[in-house]
Design a binder for this molecule. Structure first.
Ligand SMILES: [Zn+2]
Length: 97
């Protein structure tokens, strides 16, 4: 890690690489959201990457983690939907079909 001084707020922070225009995580996040909306997961990821406070490898791992969570969520929604349609299709009295 390299100690950098943020060009925006003059805070010292640790970055994985030296930059000509160092910016800390907080200032990077601020510029992502322009200070007017709450940060989203993608903003936080980008800010970590821009500031260099997170390496690309760590970033990729984080992405995989999010994808995994998204996938399991989609799977669950699909199952719930399926259950709903089965109920509609076969009704409550399957024997009388
Ligand atoms: Zn800063």
């Amino acid at each position: 890690m390299i100690e950098c001084t943020c060009g925006t707020c003059s805070k010292l922070f640790n970055s994985i690489e030296m930059s000509d225009t160092p910016i800390c995580y907080a200032c990077a996040l601020q510029s992502m959201t322009e200070g007017v909306r709450p940060p989203e997961e993608s903003d936080i990821n980008s800010a970590l990457l821009i500031s260099g406070e997170m390496s690309e490898e760590e970033w990729r791992q984080l992405q995989r983690e999010f994808e995994r969570i998204d996938h399991s969520r989609a799977q669950q929604e699909w199952e719930e939907e399926n259950e709903y349609w089965n109920e509609r299709r076969y009704g409550y009295y399957p024997d009388e079909r």
